[in-house]
Design a protein around this ligand. Structure first.
Ligand code: CUA
Length: 307
């Protein structure tokens, strides 16, 4: 057929005329695309495990979250395969054929009751289990021996405040938060005199409950550590004192901001290490107490397009 030949000819001419082809042969373009992909993936996130599956879990609360994740994955997976197998089977079985009249179905009450009742119980079960676990994570009072750590997000970095030898943090008041006082602490509070601060640097002792005091200086940020299965938005104007965790394994992780908070959002991450208790203690001892309010000013935060 003439048409097909013409089509191929036109395509060849088009390819020859395309300037991209002259500049870069296909192999070179492909090479650059692959390099770009490899580079961007490497830059996206520091991960110790596969990017295709969950990170490992190191938080005591993470087991319940992973469990419900797998339960939902299996339930939806089985439903997906079941529904689409039946669909494919029916497509073939009831296809239009000459001489075979179509059957009109007006539904089946028993079937409808069954496929409504089963999901109702599945959803109720998931909701009750999820609610139960959520209360355990966020509505229970954190243990009294938990190490308090304050983390305040700002454009674009993390102010972190640790208690000194007294084990107590200065009280935080969202109303007192300002540029010079990211934690909103009362400089006269004696509990805060030995506190020390870091910037984008967190060290947590392993197997010890940690109670977080989360806040924000400017816009909404989010405390997110995938390995802790922990995510909490931080809306400016309040201090979140109900989030706690217990890391069950040591390792190096990343505290990433998970709310699009401005142009430097992609760079808003902190180093987070979980270390044995003695290592944490010697690290904390090596930190000089800051000024009563903050000493994070010695570190320059990431600032983009400063106006
Ligand atoms: Cu802070 Cu994104």
């Amino acid at each position: 057929m003439e048409n097909t030949g013409e089509g191929v000819e036109i395509w060849k001419i088009h390819w020859r005329l395309s300037s991209m082809h002259k500049l870069f042969p296909r192999s070179v373009s492909l090479f650059f695309i692959l390099v770009f992909m490899a580079f961007s993936t490497a830059h996206a996130e520091i991960r110790e495990t596969s990017v295709w599956w969950l990170t490992r879990n190191v938080n005591m609360f993470g087991h319940a979250i992973d469990f419900i994740f797998y339960v939902i994955l299996i339930l939806t997976g089985v439903t997906f395969v079941g529904v689409f197998s039946v669909l494919a089977y029916f497509l073939v079985k009831y296809r239009a054929r000459p001489g075979v009249p179509a059957i009109h179905s007006h539904g089946n009450n028993t079937l409808e009751v069954v496929w409504t009742t089963i999901p109702v119980f599945i959803f109720l079960g998931l909701a009750i289990y999820g609610n139960e676990e959520w209360s355990r994570m966020r509505r229970q009072t954190p243990p009294s021996d938990a190490l308090p750590v304050a983390v305040v997000g700002e454009q674009f970095g993390w102010n972190v405040r640790y208690p000194g030898a007294d084990g107590k943090l200065a009280k935080m008041d969202a109303k007192k938060v300002s540029k010079e006082n990211p934690f909103g602490v009362d400089p006269a509070d004696p509990a805060g005199l030995d506190d020390f601060t870091t910037y984008n640097d967190l060290v947590f002792p392993v197997n010890r409950p940690i109670r977080l005091y989360l806040g924000s200086k400017d816009v909404i940020h989010a405390f997110y550590v995938p390995e802790f299965r922990l995510y909490q938005d931080m809306v400016p104007g309040r201090v979140y004192d109900f989030v706690w965790l217990k890391a069950e394994a040591t390792g190096k992780f990343q505290l990433a901001c998970n709310q699009l908070c401005g142009q430097g959002h992609y760079k808003m991450f902190g180093k987070l290490s979980v270390v044995p208790v003695p290592e944490y203690e010697s690290w904390a001892k090596g930190k000089a107490p800051g000024s009563a309010v903050t000493d994070a000013s010695s570190v320059t935060p990431v600032v983009l397009n400063q106006r």
